[in-house]
Design a protein. Structure first.
Length: 83
């Protein structure tokens, strides 16, 4: 398996890049390459789902959410009586 990391340019200006930074970048790369889900990526990154969504949006990364995902969400909500 090959993973490509697109690291932000701001890393050139810092002296530290710790393990959590690497986990974040790996999570972003795996999500971007559609190898893992958004929820899994946020867990790997150690971030709340909404915070992770905001981060990837700030990097111009699209959330992979299509009509099929939407329909599944609707079905889950209906099954629980929320719609």
């Amino acid at each position: 398996m090959q993973i490509t990391l697109d690291l932000p340019g701001s890393l050139d200006r810092t002296n530290t890049f710790n393990e959590s930074d690497w986990m974040l970048e790996i999570a972003i790369a795996l999500f971007r390459q559609e190898r893992i889900t958004l929820g899994r990526a946020s867990k790997i990154a150690g971030m709340h789902l909404v915070d992770f969504q905001q981060l990837i949006a700030s990097r111009g990364i699209c959330v992979h959410y299509d009509i099929e995902d939407f329909e599944q969400d609707i079905q889950h909500l209906q099954a629980r009586g929320w719609l």
